[in-house]
Design a protein around this ligand. Structure first.
Ligand code: THU
Length: 162
């Protein structure tokens, strides 16, 4: 038996330590929590997705009385961006969540389905998407989506040989 480990690189910043561009993106994600429709969970998630040309697309979770119909903040921003700007690679996404009138102390990480959705763009455009996760106690910065999905499943698995 052989074994191996997969490590992921995460940087933790205070808001003051972030670059101006990064703190602007995080602040936009924080503001976007107010665009959430979350009467069932009361967990208001905001996303801000930056594209290669600098465009920032807003996202917020949208819930539904039929629970599985709802969608996360990250995918609402991502699919809008793909439909509106299909030639622009996403290069960064910031995520924040507010509940009970407070932003979460710990950073909120994207769910597995959102990671898989965003991974498709890293493959499609061949460019990493930096991930900025806001919490009042610190901001995590992860260099790409693939590192959040060890042993990824992507289109290469479907390229069957004749
Ligand atoms: N949610 C997001 O929008 N993004 C995440 O990263 C985690 C979860 C939403 C889905 C649902 O509306 C609520 O948060 C509670 O799960």
């Amino acid at each position: 038996m052989k074994s191996f480990d997969i490590n992921i690189h995460i940087e933790r910043y205070s808001m003051e330590e972030l670059s101006a561009d990064d703190s602007q993106l995080v602040e936009q994600a924080c503001r976007n929590t107010s665009r959430s429709y979350a009467p069932y969970s009361r967990f208001h998630v905001g996303a801000a997705l930056k594209l290669a040309d600098g465009t920032i697309v807003d996202g917020a979770n949208q819930e539904n009385a039929s629970f599985p119909v709802g969608t996360c903040a990250e995918r609402s921003a991502f699919f809008f961006a793909q439909a509106q700007y299909p030639d622009a690679a996403p290069v960064a996404i910031a995520i924040a969540a507010e509940t009970g009138g407070h932003f979460t102390p710990q950073p909120v990480a994207p769910c597995g389905m959102c990671r898989q959705a965003l991974l498709e763009a890293e493959t499609r455009y061949g460019q990493p998407i930096r991930v900025l996760l806001y919490g009042t106690e610190g901001v995590y910065v992860v260099p790409n989506i693939a590192s959040l999905l060890p042993l990824v499943f992507d289109g290469s698995a479907l390229e069957l040989e004749d």
